[in-house]
Write a protein that binds this ligand. Structure first.
Ligand SMILES: [Zn+2]
Length: 607
């Protein structure tokens, strides 16, 4: 819970009252203008008042809340200068790649710089003729000395049709105020001629207004259809937790950019979320609702129900957590499950999405190297991180989104089938009441303890965590699905199988275009990425069709001769076909009434 670590709920309340009556005097004020937006530049001025140390240390962030890889945002600022209150130039020294020191000031330091940004997503900035889409850690120079002080933002809007979409509070003087640095950095801003819809929601205790600001090129009718889907998601998620979070100022804001020049992403914040997609709503057939569902679930799970190892968020380095399988993975599970409950996914679609995740985890060799908690710790390398050296992630890594989604599924189905009246929904609600709602971060042990209390069975909780969360076993999904009137079975039980690697046609042969997986026949034959497959048995592998034909001639357990070329040399070896490991998940047409009832409680709209 980011904000409440800095301010008690009492001071938060008084801030909110002050904000509407006598504005707090900001110690830091930023002014942003966009006259060179055609070339993706913003001009930024930051004014620090009451500077008490001889040298003011300024930093660009190297991390962004909700993103776990390090990002050197300082690479995109230039033309820096600093003056005092009288306009005298001050010495400005770069003391590290992301830090500057300013001396000889008169208590006021005004820094001006240019910012370049042309990537519209949840991490970076995109400045162009149509919008300024700003993520604050990628935008603002900040001073650690001022981390606990209020800051204000002011935008010079270059177009009379542009408006400001942000979770920050608007003041009567036209500025936007953040109570402290963590809040400021957690508050992205979209400046554009976006469309907006708003609706009120309420629970037993409180009311809130949900806003959806959409910058797109589609029609208002498409937007309205999407808003109806969003309303259903918001309402269905509230039923899981029993209440909405206490949104600051009673507002929650979706900021969506569905434009051809953005990059697809979703990024949660405390009272808002960024949603980007290259496709229009129509092109995607409203598939963007899946990201919206995932991100709104984060308003509870991760924004407030928060892993202790992510607090406080450090803007100077990568942030690592062992709990992302829960914070991201269980969120991924619910993002999809809720769309079954709202009716956006029919049963076949939901089962297909579920078995896709399951196949990924089941077939990935990564499980022998790291448990779900260990995969979570890999986030700094994989969460929008870029490096030039190749990795063996195909064998060593499973996304904590997918891994956690599958564990959430296993836990939900186990609770529903083995504990009368229980479900993962009830565990989420318990965790919300005991941790998220009261701003108490949780540890791994807390999750296990909550499961032990919910089930009144500490051994069950201990075994689940030991075997599946911190261990490398997979739950017995076949049995779990039987209880739901579903059948998990081999997709192609008789089909001969050699690899799941990507094969591409190249010069009348087949090139292996991804790492082969440990344990598959092609891996055992010594074939790796970049190798070229020439013949299999009596088939020349000149195309993918020939490959399929060759496989169809064989059965699991049989062997054939494989010729392939690797880094200029040709090799001949025997391969033994295995069975295709993929699963398929279907309805059991002979399911019992009890199984069907259990499935409906799981997948249908909740009361
Ligand atoms: Zn997420």
């Amino acid at each position: 819970m980011r904000l409440l670590f800095a301010l008690s709920s009492l001071t938060l309340l008084s801030f909110s009252l002050l904000a509407t009556e006598t504005p707090l005097k900001p110690a830091v004020s930023y002014q942003l203008s966009f006259s060179n937006r055609a070339h993706h530049e913003a001009a930024i001025q930051a004014r620090f008042q009451g500077v008490s140390s001889a040298n003011l240390l300024l930093s660009m962030s190297s991390a962004s809340p909700g993103r776990y890889a390090p990002h050197a945002f300082a690479k995109n600022i230039y033309d820096l200068n600093a003056t005092d209150s009288a306009g005298n130039l001050l010495p400005l020294q770069r003391i590290s790649p992301s830090q500057w020191s300013v001396g000889q000031h008169d208590g006021t330091v005004i820094v001006r710089y240019r910012l370049y940004g042309d990537r519209g997503d949840g991490t970076y900035n995109q400045i162009d003729r149509t919008h300024a889409h700003l993520n604050m850690p990628a935008t603002l120079l900040f001073a650690e000395d001022y981390a606990q002080r209020p800051a204000s933002l002011r935008f010079d809007l270059p177009d009379p049709n542009w408006k400001v979409a942000t979770q920050l509070q608007l003041h009567s003087d036209g500025s936007y105020m953040a109570p402290d640095l963590q809040y400021l950095m957690d508050s992205p801003v979209e400046l554009s001629a976006y469309s907006q819809r708003s609706w009120k929601v309420a629970d037993q205790q409180s009311q809130a207004t949900i806003h959806l600001a959409l910058h797109h090129q589609g029609t208002e009718q498409h937007f309205d259809t999407f808003v109806e889907k969003a309303k259903a998601v918001v309402a269905e998620q509230q039923k899981i937790f029993g209440e909405y979070p206490q949104f600051d100022y009673g507002q929650y804001l979706f900021i969506a950019d569905y434009l051809p020049d953005v990059d697809g992403d979703g990024m949660e914040h405390r009272n808002s979320t960024i949603l980007t997609d290259e496709r229009s709503l129509k092109e995607a057939n409203y598939a963007q609702i899946e990201t919206l569902s995932h991100e709104f679930f984060h308003a509870w799970n991760v924004e407030r129900l928060r892993p202790a190892d992510l607090e406080p968020f450090d803007f100077h380095r990568a942030n690592m957590s062992r709990n992302l399988w829960f914070a991201e993975g269980v969120t991924n599970y619910y993002g999809k499950l809720v769309l079954s409950r709202t009716g956006h996914f029919d049963l076949a679609t939901y089962l297909d999405k579920t078995v896709t995740a399951l196949n990924k985890v089941q077939q990935s060799p990564g499980r022998q190297f790291f448990a779900a908690t260990g995969m979570s710790e890999m986030a700094p390398f994989v969460d929008a991180a870029i490096s030039v050296d190749p990795t063996n992630y195909a064998n060593s890594y499973i996304s904590y989104y997918t891994f956690g989604e599958v564990l959430g599924l296993a836990l939900d189905l186990t609770l529903r089938s083995q504990f009368e009246g229980l479900s993962l929904d009830l565990l989420m609600r318990k965790l919300w009441q005991e941790y998220g709602k009261v701003g108490r971060p949780y540890t791994e042990q807390d999750l296990q303890q909550a499961l032990a209390e919910l089930t009144a069975n500490p051994d069950f909780a201990k075994n689940f965590f030991n075997h599946y969360v911190n261990g490398q076993q997979l739950p017995d999904f076949e049995a779990l699905f039987v209880a739901m009137g579903l059948e998990l079975a081999a997709a192609k039980p008789t089909q001969a199988f050699l690899t799941a690697a990507t094969l591409v046609e190249q010069d009348k042969a087949l090139k292996v275009d991804s790492n082969t997986l440990i344990g598959t026949p092609l891996y055992q034959a010594g074939v790796d990425k970049g190798d070229v497959l020439l013949t299999l048995g009596r088939y020349k592998l000149s195309s993918k069709a020939q490959w399929d034909k060759a496989l169809a001639r064989h059965q699991a357990g049989e062997s054939a001769e494989l010729r392939f070329r690797s880094r200029g040399k040709t090799y001949t070896t025997q391969v033994t076909f295995s069975a295709d490991p993929s699963w398929v998940l279907t309805e059991n047409k002979e399911a019992t009434t009890a199984q069907l009832a259990r499935r409906a409680l799981w997948l249908k709209a909740q009361r």
